[in-house]
Structure formats: C-alpha cells, structure tokens
Write a new protein. Structure first.
Length: 222
C-alpha cells in the first residue's frame, strides 16, 4: 500500500506518486457523483483537485502541493483573521458557480458542507478546496452556517486541543464579519446536519448545540 497521507472519519488518502493521490472510502459507496461534481467545478474555474478516475469507493485525483490552512494557522504562517477571509472568499467563489443542470431548487447553489481550514490546501496558485463527499445542491446560507458551526465547535474545544480555541474563535469572528446575517438563516439546518452525523458521540452532539449558541451570539449579540 502507498503512503497514507491523511485519514478522516470516512475515508483515507494515499500517495500514489508525486502528482496523484488515491482517496478510498472505508464504507461501500459510489464516488461517481462526487467525481462528476468536482469535474463540473473545475470546468467553471473553481479551485478543486483534478479527478483522473473514479470507480466504486475509490477516486484517483491530483496531488495538490502545499499545507492545509489549519497547519498554516497553527504554525502562525497566516493569521486567524486572514484565514477567516480565505474561507469566506471560497464561499463567495462557490456561490458564483452554476449548479448542475436539473439539480435543486431554482435558487440553490452547490454547497460543500464541510468547508473548514483542514479541507483547504494553500497552494502556490491560491487556496484549493478538498473533500467534496458531503457536497450537494442547497441554499448558500446553509453552507455558510455549516462552516460557522464547525469553527464555533473548535472555539469551544470540540475536536481540537485547548491551544487552538483562541485562534478558532478569531477565525470565526473574521468569517462571520464577511458572511453576515445570512448565516442565521441556515443555522437550524446546519445544526441538524452536524447532530445527525453518525460518527459523532452523544457528548459531541451536545456540544454542537452549544456551538450554535456561540454563532448566534457573535452574529446578533443581545
């Protein structure tokens, strides 16, 4: 087996060579729809890895050189404020992409639903967004709210060491400054999505609710 580069809750990523990686899901699933969506995004100029082949639960795609935005934050090579701006700009760019024909409601856009610092590679040519396994068509504010909720979860210590809570809170503040009140419209659906994740423990689900309170307080303080 090739070198393991990354391991998430649902999939592992292996290096095939200097230019290609293999993403393999642990559970049985068909990656065809994910690969089709990524190809559509690339054709419209959105920064995603190029997909070379997709079959069953495996996808071979471009190996993007660079560190994740999360690594850059931890190493203090980018400020949390600038990181929040990067995330907000990726959302704006994604909102400009035309949806796939015949998909979703007339006002729906392509939504990533896992857009956070560890899924962004800071490549030489600019940020590249990874992991489209949760992507679908839906309201843009839903996608914004999911990102805000993930950052808020980190700010209260869910999934991250305590030392990262402060930077996560700063990133959240910068992101919300640019995302605006639209986040609140998508927050209930974002909470339901996060709490419905079967890989979360009961205690993690409880913290999702606490994180949603943080988002509401930052957007519309009483």
């Amino acid at each position: 087996m090739s070198e393991l580069l990354a391991s998430g809750r649902e999939a592992d990523v292996y290096a095939l060579d200097a230019d290609r990686v293999l993403r393999r899901y642990r559970a049985d699933r068909d990656v065809a729809a994910e690969a089709e969506l990524m190809a559509h995004l690339q054709r419209q100029g959105f920064p995603v890895p190029e997909v070379y082949s997709a079959h069953g639960r495996e996808m071979v795609m471009q190996r993007v050189a660079g560190e994740t935005l999360l690594t850059a934050i931890v190493a203090e090579r980018i400020s949390p404020v600038d990181a929040g701006r990067v995330l907000a700009e990726l959302h704006r760019e994604l909102g400009r992409v035309s949806p796939l024909a015949g998909e979703g409601a007339p006002t729906d856009r392509i939504v990533h639903l896992d857009l956070h610092p560890d899924n962004v590679i800071m490549a030489d040519a600019g940020p590249v967004l990874l992991d489209w396994s949760n992507a679908r068509h839906g309201p843009a504010e839903f996608d914004l709210a999911v990102s805000a909720l993930i950052l808020a979860e980190a700010a209260i210590g869910l999934h991250v060491p305590a030392i990262m809570c402060g930077p996560a809170a700063e990133t959240l503040n910068a992101f919300l400054t640019r995302a605006g009140d639209d986040v609140l419209g998508g927050l209930p659906r974002a909470v339901a999505l996060r709490e419905g994740n079967p890989t979360l423990s009961a205690s993690e689900r409880a913290q999702v609710t606490a994180a949603s309170v943080v988002v509401r307080q930052r957007v519309a303080p009483e």
